[in-house]
Design a protein around this ligand. Structure first.
Ligand code: GLY
Length: 378
């Protein structure tokens, strides 16, 4: 992908990102922001699934600017996350979200051996959550979100983005066993989560003893049979990652199918409402994070496909990103977030119309891809 003269907006947006992150690096520091309300990011404990995104964003900008201050902040965040590995029992399936943009990123950019070891340890943890009977990776622990019948047999669509860590680990140790776990989970997702029209379930429940499917939940979506926008993005991108590592055409076709559903259901400004199947969409909150994640996933599809096919995905990603740049991004320090109008968890009435750190991360990742930085941390 090259930046053409009439696409100066890409470089201009990147310059603004770099300038802003240079400044918010000083106000946010080595912390774990999640949601920005009233212009300021909160900071959560490192155990939360989003802890890797701020350090990951710092690495994305550092890769271009070589600003040592950003590198030091990212490394400090990574060290602070060690407590999660030591505690062990509170870890959940989102170790990919947490350690791919921190430790894998650090290892790829600096060759840090301690970072590589951290990422290998949490990959082993992730593989250990595989349920052999149901052939899925268990999502949460009982101290997280659960129902009356527990959550031992729950798998969620978001986990597709954790699989890259397993593929990466298999490559590092020269042993396909982690890859086999990733593929088995992804195969279950293609069969049990992705519907014929390319929409996806958020949560599927399995009997943890027999592996039998016992139901679905709406989760962060509007209803069990609806189509949560961000879940659609996780599936699109995660399946493309599976194809990148395996070259198994089934993952490519599934990713394309989900992408086509996503694109066909976008409103005029190319940024989805928080669920694609709301009874009334007009006036509903958008989810800018779903748009940013999908854009970055579409750019991976564009990279993996032959030129005559990739145009659709590249053009669509650019349309989404241009809309985010023009209508959703805030470049001054009136808000520490880069993207406004994200939706965290609508059914729980939590974090609606806010800045979300993962929206910022994937927006910056996608812009970096458009400027030729296609090596991923996933
Ligand atoms: N992984 C949870 C979310 O996307 O909100």
């Amino acid at each position: 992908m090259t930046t053409k003269p009439y696409e100066m907006w890409i470089d201009e947006a990147w310059e603004k990102v770099a300038a802003k992150v240079g400044q918010t690096g000083r106000t946010i520091g080595a912390a774990f922001p999640h949601v920005s309300k009233d212009g300021k990011y909160d900071s959560l404990e490192p155990q939360f699934w989003t802890s890797g995104f701020w350090p990951g964003l710092l690495w994305l900008v550092y890769r271009d600017t070589k600003d040592e201050a950003l590198k030091q902040l990212a490394e400090e965040c990574e060290r602070k996350m060690d407590v999660c590995i030591d505690e062990y029992t509170r870890l959940h399936h989102d170790v990919g979200f947490m350690w791919s943009p921190t430790s894998v990123a650090n290892y790829k950019l600096t060759g840090s051996e301690p970072s590589k070891l951290r990422a290998l340890k949490v990959a082993a943890w992730l593989a250990s959550r595989f349920n052999l009977k149901g052939r899925f990776i268990r999502a949460w622990n009982t101290n997280n979100w659960k129902s009356e019948d527990g959550n031992t047999g729950w798998a969620i669509i978001d986990c597709m983005m954790n699989l890259g860590l397993l593929f990466w680990a298999s490559e590092q140790i020269g042993d396909p066993r982690f890859k086999h776990v990733a593929c088995a989970h992804a195969d279950t997702v293609m069969r049990e989560f992705v519907r014929a029209d390319g929409s996806c379930y958020h949560i599927v429940k399995f009997d943890p003893e027999t592996g039998e499917r016992i139901g679905e939940l709406g989760g962060q979506g509007f209803a069990p049979e609806s189509a949560w926008a961000r879940g659609t993005s996780w599936a699109l991108y995660g399946l493309a990652i599976c194809y990148k590592y395996t070259r198994d055409d089934a993952y490519l076709q599934a990713s394309k199918k989900v992408a086509h559903f996503f694109l066909a259901n976008l409103p005029e400004d190319h940024v989805p409402y928080w669920d694609f199947r709301l009874t009334v969409q007009e006036g509903a909150p958008r989810d800018s994070s779903a748009a940013a994640i999908a854009a970055s996933g579409l750019l991976l599809l564009a990279e993996l496909l032959p030129a005559e096919e990739s145009r659709l995905y590249e053009t669509s990603a650019k349309r989404i990103l241009k809309s985010l740049v023009d209508r959703y991004a805030v470049w001054d320090l009136s808000d520490e977030a880069i993207l406004l109008h994200g939706t965290g968890h609508h059914p729980a009435n939590k974090n609606i119309d806010v800045g979300l750190i993962y929206g910022d991360y994937y927006f910056v990742e996608a812009l970096a891809k458009l400027r030729g930085q296609t090596e991923m941390f996933w």
